[in-house]
Design a binder for this molecule. Structure first.
Ligand code: HEM
Ligand code: HEM
Length: 128
């Protein structure tokens, strides 16, 4: 499962970079409107995906299909939730608000599914 570990590691690194950059901007501009976006990019995109990158390096998941579902829902969910949150916050004119809401809720729901898959994998885990 090194493949999944490497993929999650790289996506987590990009989230970390973007999140820290937004944190710096927020501190510099004293405008805290993006605080929840900054927070989720870092706690979901950086910390959670990094933790899962380490999981795939340390453990051997018991079910390959579940592992695939977990990894892809994690990445799609993290991008969907944070991207949707940003769209929902700033409501750009070129998008109907229903699209923004769907992005946000869809991303959040996929991310939740990813936590369900991970929970199943965790309870299937045997000695090694
Ligand atoms: C370049 C580094 C960073 C800067 C400059 C920065 C800056 C900030 C600022 C200015 C706030 C808003 C504080 C407020 O509302 O009073 C904030 C909130 C937050 N940051 Fe960062 N941050 C950085 C890195 C991180 C990292 C690495 C994490 C997590 C891994 C993180 C997680 C959070 C969270 C969870 C909040 C929300 C806290 C709350 O709701 O009370 N930040 N950050
Ligand atoms: C399942 C999808 C999730 C949704 C839909 C969601 C949604 C939200 C919302 C609406 C807020 C309030 C933001 C505000 O104050 O304006 C919030 C705050 C927060 N959430 Fe989430 N969240 C999700 C997952 C997570 C996860 C997985 C984590 C941690 C790994 C997390 C960590 C936090 C933190 C630290 C705050 C406080 C941030 C702040 O004060 O700016 N969330 N979340």
């Amino acid at each position: 499962m090194i493949k999944y570990s490497n993929l999650l590691l790289k996506v987590a690194a990009v989230f970390g970079l973007i999140g820290a950059g937004l944190g710096g901007h927020m501190a510099g501009s004293s405008d805290y409107a993006i605080r929840p976006i900054h927070a989720h990019i870092l706690v979901v995109g950086w910390l959670t995906l990094f933790a899962w990158a380490v999981y795939y390096r340390v453990f051997l998941p018991k079910n390959r299909i579940l592992a695939g579902l977990h990894v892809y829902s994690a990445i799609i969910g993290a991008v969907g939730l944070t991207g949707g949150m940003a769209l929902y916050n700033f409501r750009p004119d070129f998008l109907p608000s229903a699209v923004e809401t769907a992005f946000y809720i869809g991303g959040g729901a996929i991310l939740l599914l990813s936590f369900v898959f991970f929970c199943l994998l965790a309870f299937m885990q045997k000695d090694k």
